[in-house]
Write a protein that binds this ligand. Structure first.
Ligand code: NAD
Ligand code: UDP
Length: 349
């Protein structure tokens, strides 16, 4: 397959920067657009250091139509990997308009500019949060959707918009149909094995692994474990953790699928990216001690509003249609997260 130019929106962020590494190492020229609202350009300097290859970076907001159109006119973009967006569930409840504006409106502007530039190949960062409560704790792509917060709803709305765009192609018999992969991530953790790039959360982390890391390194005193009375094997919440490098490899597999016969007449399809098995919070704490030798102080506190007891992926469709599955184990995820944390105790600062 010819390695064409990929525009990575949100490429300076946690997952986007890992995607840039994987793309460059696989021979794709990379263009990044990021407004640096939740990242630093240092991550991109590190991407270049890891790969020994340059990328083009534009500091711009995806809602800025003029800047975006200029980038499309300058660069020979063929695929867009769309990571840019806001992602904190709690913050989305406090600032719903900001979330819908960034995520939904931002994606609309991006899609409009793409259509004008005749670029109709898109890999979108969706999330397992689009699923609603269901009878089974293992989620397949056809499990019922029902997000319960503005962040999750912004992802579900974007999925709807992109599905509608693709459906319209059939009605108007588009010559250049949209080819779209909606990738529903489970719980990405870990970092590049070099320890040069990783997750650099602002303030006190919301997510489990960054919190565990900051307790282990002594920045935070104690991990709050949100509930030990769930109907799970040890009472704590179970999630499907996935190494960020495995996750971004799934994006490259998605590009290959979009370029293949399977999508020859266009289409918009959702794929779960997860391992297909879950670990509880206490199992993560235990594994962390085994892998790093560090004990994580914790305290059981009441449940966090909106948390499911258990949630993990059925990843069979991604295996069948994208030829992708996770390769890394929980111990790799923990070892790589810890390596990043120890080498960068202040993140990119
Ligand atoms: P991140 O915050 O590290 O990266 C997002 C990047 O997008 C940041 O660099 C930020 O500066 C940029 N950005 C935000 N709004 C922008 C805008 N309007 N214009 C240009 N740039 C903008 O987050 P991440 O963890 O790398 O997540 C990437 C994507 O994956 C997001 O869309 C997120 O919703 C989705 N996702 C993340 C997780 C997770 O646990 N990290 C899980 C499921 C889905
Ligand atoms: N969790 C916890 N303490 C924390 C953060 C998270 O006990 O400080 C639990 C949370 O209740 C869930 C799991 O860890 O069961 C994963 O939470 P995270 O916020 O990382 O991901 P998500 O809620 O998006 O699945």
């Amino acid at each position: 397959m010819v390695k064409h130019t990929v525009l990575v929106t949100g490429g300076a962020g946690y997952i986007g920067s890992h995607a840039c590494v994987e793309l460059l190492q696989s021979g794709y020229p990379v263009v990044v657009v990021d407004n640096l609202s939740n990242s630093k350009s240092e991550s991109l300097a590190r991407v270049e250091k890891i790969t020994g290859k340059p990328l083009s970076f534009y500091q711009a907001d995806i809602r800025d139509r003029k800047s975006l159109a200029e980038i499309f006119s300058k660069e020979p973009i063929r695929t867009v990997m769309h990571f840019a967006g806001l992602k904190a569930v709690g913050e989305s409840c406090e600032q719903p308009l900001n979330y819908y504006h960034n995520n939904v409106y931002g994606t609309m502007v991006l899609a409009e500019v793409m259509a004008e530039a005749k670029v109709r190949q898109l890999v979108f960062s969706s999330s397992a949060t689009v699923y609603g409560e269901s009878a089974s704790v293992q989620y397949s792509e056809n499990s019922p959707l029902g997000p319960i917060n503005p962040y999750g709803r912004s992802k579900a709305m974007i999925e709807d918009i992109l599905r509608d765009l693709s459906a319209a192609d059939k009605i108007i018999r588009a010559k250049l149909p949209w080819k779209i992969a909606l990738l529903r991530y489970f719980n990405p953790i870990g970092a590049h094995e070099s320890g040069l790039i990783g997750e650099d959360p602002n303030g006190i982390p919301n997510n489990l692994m960054p919190y565990v890391l900051q307790v282990a390194i002594g920045k935070l005193a104690q991990l709050p474990v949100f509930g030990n009375d769930y109907p799970t094997r040890d009472g704590t919440g179970i999630r499907d953790y996935i190494h960020v490098v495995d996750l971004v490899k799934g994006h490259l597999k998605a590009i290959e699928a979009l370029e293949s016969e399977k999508f020859a007449s266009g289409g918009c399809r959702a794929y779960n990216l997860g391992a297909g098995r879950g670990y509880s919070v206490l199992e993560i704490i235990e594994a962390f001690k085994r892998v790093t030798g560090r004990k994580v102080n914790y305290k059981i506190v009441p449940r966090r509003a909106g948390d499911l007891a258990e949630c993990f992926a059925n990843p069979e469709l991604a295996l069948k249609e994208l030829n992708w599955k996770v390769e890394k184990k929980l111990d790799d995820m923990i070892a790589d997260s810890w390596n990043w944390q120890c080498k960068n105790p202040q993140g990119y600062a």
